[in-house]
Design a protein around this ligand. Structure first.
Ligand code: ADP
Ligand code: K
Ligand code: ZN
Length: 433
């Protein structure tokens, strides 16, 4: 089977826009009637849901930010009575206090189908065995993927995170064909597979990686280490969780499920960018019942792509996530994204894929960036000269990509803690001084 819900995945353009408008009107009315926060925002702008007459009118609607969820913590933005909520999750709190999100039974159902669409899209079906190696708690990635795997009819292996050797034994013993984890945990698993020398015993075909940014070099690394195709999975708890955007076999950008979400890519002035340009992803949910969200400022940066795709799906499409606005480091006035550093390091031999970034302010009050990288065991012959060469290569590559000098701190393999979820890579010590 090529599509899970062909009617929605391949819907003709005009019909899709009509469906979006109908659902946008309904969502605007739902938040206006049931969520005081939105009622006040609409009132302040002097609008009512009746002002939504075309899709373009979305621009009249207020935006929502993470702080709005925090201010209304925990359940203040829910649009249905508590008896209709069947589950809550929380964001991972990458940038502050976690926020809580809720789901009705219909929401859970919608989400499972979206995930099943994604899995079908990357060639999985009921015959597959799917290991879900992410945290199964409040984090959306655990149960979100799990329900989708079951909806597809595949066999779920809810391994969670940790105990990395055991994870790999399970892959071997259960004949696991698909895996989901964060890209940073994926790299750690890959390293362990290499150390155990078991790649020939694994039956993996597909890997789904998401929840944090990763580069195309990391994709190559994961694909060759596991002998798989690696696909990007995008999502955020405010919009349900993972799976609202997913790569197809073209591996060239994310399909955003447009019957469930409107995606805007906005520049600094809040204007829609042209195709190919980058901006902030702003999402409006169209079918969420428990927690409908209007024009959510994700803080995630991506490019707008044209919607035609060789896979036949007609959804809106965006590039992979280029970074998170609040990820961006400003070092001596130059913008640096950790993903740029990752992209450089993963391509260099003789070092592992693990790294940490330290930001300091020196005596002259200038920013210093130090990248800690690990030397691969077999790269060190005992010659001090080797170390100097590796250091020089890494510094040179970083300089050419970042346009500023970064110090490189070479450490022994295993020094940098391996992450099983979203990795913490940046340590900004500039404020402390
Ligand atoms: P938090 O914002 O606390 O991390 P979530 O767990 O909801 O909360 O994570 C959502 C965020 O994770 C997204 O806004 C995005 O920044 C990041 N993210 C999720 N999937 C991807 C992906 N495939 N690529 C890059 N970043 C991603
Ligand atoms: K099955
Ligand atoms: Zn496609």
């Amino acid at each position: 089977m090529k599509y899970w819900q062909p009617k929605f995945e391949t819907m003709e353009h005009n019909e899709l826009r009509e469906l979006q408008l109908k659902r946008l009107k309904k969502t605007a009315a739902a938040v206006y009637d049931n969520v005081p926060f939105y009622r006040e925002k609409f009132d302040a702008l002097g609008i009512t849901p009746d002002d939504v007459k075309s899709l373009d009118d979305i621009k009249k609607l207020p935006t929502t930010r993470k702080t709005d969820l925090r201010d209304n913590y925990p359940f203040g933005l829910f649009a249905v009575p508590k008896k209709d909520i069947v589950r809550i999750h929380a964001s991972s709190g990458t940038s502050g206090k976690p926020t809580v999100v809720g789901y009705t039974a219909n929401d859970i159902n919608t989400w499972a189908d979206m995930m099943a669409r994604n899995f079908t899209m990357v060639g999985l079906d009921a015959t597959d065995t799917f290991q879900n190696a992410v945290n199964y708690g409040l984090f959306t990635g655990g149960l979100g993927f799990h329900y989708g795997i079951e909806r597809l009819g595949a066999m779920a292996v809810p391994s969670g995170t940790g105990n990395t050797v055991r994870q790999i034994e399970m892959m071997e013993d259960f004949g696991v064909t698909a895996i989901h984890c964060t890209p940073s945990y994926g790299l750690y698993l890959a390293e362990t597979v290499r150390e155990m020398g078991v790649i020939d015993k694994l039956s993996l075909r597909v890997g789904c990686f998401g929840a944090e940014p990763w580069s195309s070099s990391t994709r190559k690394e994961l694909e060759s280490a596991f002998n798989i195709k690696a696909y990007d999975s995008y999502g955020l708890s405010e919009m349900m969780g993972p799976g609202i955007g997913f790569e197809c076999p073209e591996q060239d950008g994310l399909h955003i499920w447009s019957d469930h979400y409107i995606v805007e890519i906005l520049d600094k002035n809040g204007e829609e960018v042209a195709e190919g340009e980058k901006g902030e992803i702003v999402l409006t949910s169209l079918t969420k019942e428990a927690l409908p969200v209007i024009r959510y400022r994700t803080g995630d940066i991506a490019r707008r792509l044209k919607s035609e795709c060789a896979c036949g799906r007609t959804t809106d499409r965006i590039s992979r996530i280029l970074g998170r606005a609040d990820d961006m480091l400003i070092v001596r006035g130059i913008n640096v994204f950790p993903s740029q550093i990752e992209d450089v390091l993963v391509r260099i031999e003789k070092i592992t894929d693990q790294f940490e970034i330290y930001l300091d302010r020196n005596k002259k009050k200038l920013d210093e960036i130090t990248v800690r990288v690990e030397l691969d065991e077999d790269a060190f012959t005992g010659e001090i000269g080797d170390l100097a060469t590796v250091k020089r290569v890494v510094e040179g590559e970083l300089k050419s990509v970042l346009n500023i000098r970064a110090n490189v701190d070479l450490v022994e393999k295993g020094t940098i803690p391996r992450s099983t979820g979203k990795a913490k890579r940046v340590f900004d010590r500039r404020e402390a001084i």
